[in-house]
Design a protein around this ligand. Structure first.
Ligand code: ADP
Ligand code: MG
Length: 292
């Protein structure tokens, strides 16, 4: 049933999972669940090539078509990546038969006659302020979207009660997306899609990738695992395990680089393991062991 017919239009309005059908795609069960989800906050932790950009473009187009006046923002670490997602949106709309006429279309913005807009954003904090009333924000490759950018965009959802859909493969144990996935609490609905669960990705290809990339990168790119970066001196797990919330830090700030070291004895550290931290600022900041 073409979506440009009334019945097709109604069917698509009621079931967003139908939106990728005109591309000749049958959504995977997780893609259908994501498309149908009404959750205001979604995290998609998915392998490369699993189909997360396709599904999020589907959400964007469905919102623009059936929520008149909606402002949909596409955010990525770079404008090039936002535009890729933007092009996927245009392709879906084209395949649907462009059910709502376009008022204007540029490389960055698509405006519909129903007042909705889809805008692709550059990955720079300074240039994206100024949008308000955002109905849907899609963050693609979200693990690589810098924290300051994320903090700048969140307020845009406040008044409008807009949705936030953040999709990515992991990129180390750092940043807002990792924090949201691991301890962001119930505010987020989460989907995890490792490559072996994607019917289109052959096991032979994955075996080859595992050999070529090594375990650490393979686990990150294809198994949705957060791994420490190559250049980390200490692993994030080791640092977390070393922290003891019961230990009170004993902070002693020196007056300056030449100030004498305080006379601290073991009795000054009443709790087992109390930390002694000297802060000595300035050019003559000599290592403690070299001080008299
Ligand atoms: N349900 C599906 N059925 C068939 N092909 C799909 C499906 N979902 C995505 N694809 C195809 O898989 C490829 C990767 O999709 P994409 O959305 O770019 O993945 P990702 O963003 O996760 O890397 C694209 O060629 C896309 O058309
Ligand atoms: Mg993608």
């Amino acid at each position: 049933m073409p979506p440009t017919s009334i019945a097709g239009d109604l069917a698509l309005a009621l079931d967003p999972a139908r939106i990728v059908a005109p591309l000749g795609l049958t959504p995977d069960p997780w893609q259908a669940a994501v498309l149908r989800s009404p959750a205001p906050r979604l995290l998609l932790n998915c392998a490369r090539q699993s189909g997360k950009s396709t599904v999020s473009a589907g959400i964007a187009v469905h919102t623009a078509l059936y929520d008149p006046g909606a402002l949909v923002l596409l955010l990525s670490p770079s404008l090039r990546q936002s535009q890729e997602l933007f092009r996927k949106c245009l392709a879906i709309n084209h395949a649907l038969g462009s059910p709502v006429p376009a008022e204007a279309e540029t490389k960055l913005t698509w405006e519909l006659a129903n007042g909705s807009r889809i805008v692709s954003l550059p990955g720079k904090e300074a240039t994206i302020r100024g949008f308000s009333g955002v109905r849907l924000l899609l963050a693609d490759e979200a693990a690589r979207v810098p924290d300051d950018l994320y903090h700048a965009i969140r307020p845009m959802l406040a008044v409008s009660g807009g949705r936030l859909v953040a999709l990515s493969t992991p990129f180390g144990k750092r940043g807002w997306w990792y924090a949201a996935w691991t301890h962001g609490g119930d505010a987020w609905e989460r989907y995890e899609v490792p490559a072996p669960a994607v019917p289109r990705i052959p096991a032979t290809f994955l075996a080859e990738e595992r050999r070529a990339l090594g375990e650490r990168v393979f686990a990150q790119e294809y198994l949705c695992r957060f791994r420490d970066t190559d250049d980390a001196v200490f692993g994030a797990d080791a640092i977390a395990a070393a922290a003891d919330p019961h230990v009170k830090p004993l902070l002693i700030a020196l007056e300056g680089p030449d100030a004498p070291l305080p006379d601290v004895r073991a009795d000054d550290a009443p709790d087992r393991g109390t930390a002694l931290v000297w802060t000595a600022l300035g050019p003559a900041n000599a290592p403690l062991r070299d001080r008299p």
